[in-house]
Design a protein around this ligand. Sequence first.
Ligand SMILES: [Zn+2]
Length: 277
Amino acid sequence: MDGKFETTPCPLCSEDDHVLKYNFSPYRVVQCTHCGLHYVSPRLTEEAMLEFYRSGDYYGDDSEIGYSAYQQQEKSLRQTFRAVLRRLQKQGFTGGDLLELGCGWGYFLDEATPYYRSRTGTDYSQVAVEKASASGAEVIKGGLAELHPDTLFDSIVLIQVLEHIYDPVPFLETARTKLRPGGNITVVVPDWNTPFRWLLGKKWPAFKHPEHVCYYTNNTLGQALDRAGFTGSKTITYNHAFPLSMYLDLFGLKVPEWLGQVSVWIPFSCAARVAWT
Ligand SMILES: [Zn+2]
C-alpha cells in the first residue's frame, strides 16, 4: 500500500506530550502523559485508511492486513455476541431500535434479532454490506454520515470499531446525537491492560497496523465517553470466545483441525462499557 504518514497529538485530550511504548517502524505506539491514552503516531493518514476499508479487501483472506480468517471465527464470534446480548438484556439495555456501526458480516446483527424492535448496520466495505444484509437488518454502506439525518435509535453498538477511529470524541459525540433520550451505547475495544499483551508483547493480536490507531483501557474508554457528553457509563463483562487453533497459533502450537474448531472463552481480552444519554 502506498502509505502517507502523519504524526498526531493525543486523539483523546489533544495534548502532545507522550512516551514511546512500542516501535513498529514506521508506526509507533505512544502513551499520552496527560490522559493516559495509548495511540499510534506516526500513523497512516485517515484518507489513505478509508480508501483501504472501501476497497473490499479488508475482510479477505489474501490481504496482509484486515480480518484474515474472519469467517473461520464465525462460530466463536456468534457465541461471544449471544453472551453479551444476554448480558445487555438483563441490564435493560436492549429492546428498541438498534444501530451497529462497523457491522462486518452481520453476525451481531443476526444474533440481535430477538432482542430489538429493528436493526440497522453500517460498514464501509461493500462485501460486508452484502453479507450483513442476509441478517435481515437494514445495512447501509458507509458510517454515521450516511445515516438519514432524522433517524434516531435506542441503542448503538460499536464492537472492535473505536480503536480504528482517528478522532474518537467527535465520533462518539455524533453517535450520541443519533440516540433518543434515554438511549445507550455499548463500546467494545481490545483492552490495553489485558494479560495477553504482557504475555505476547509485540505479537499481541490487537497490534494491527495501520488500522488500529488508538488503544484503550477501561479508564481511557470511560474518559472518551465522558468527553463525548454521555451522562454516565459503566463497565460490562465481555468474555470473548476464540477458536482454539487461533489461540494456540499465537504460541506457535498446532492441533488437529477438529480440535482447533473448539471455542475457548478468553476473559480480559476486551474492555467494554455501556454509556447512556
Ligand atoms: Zn491524552
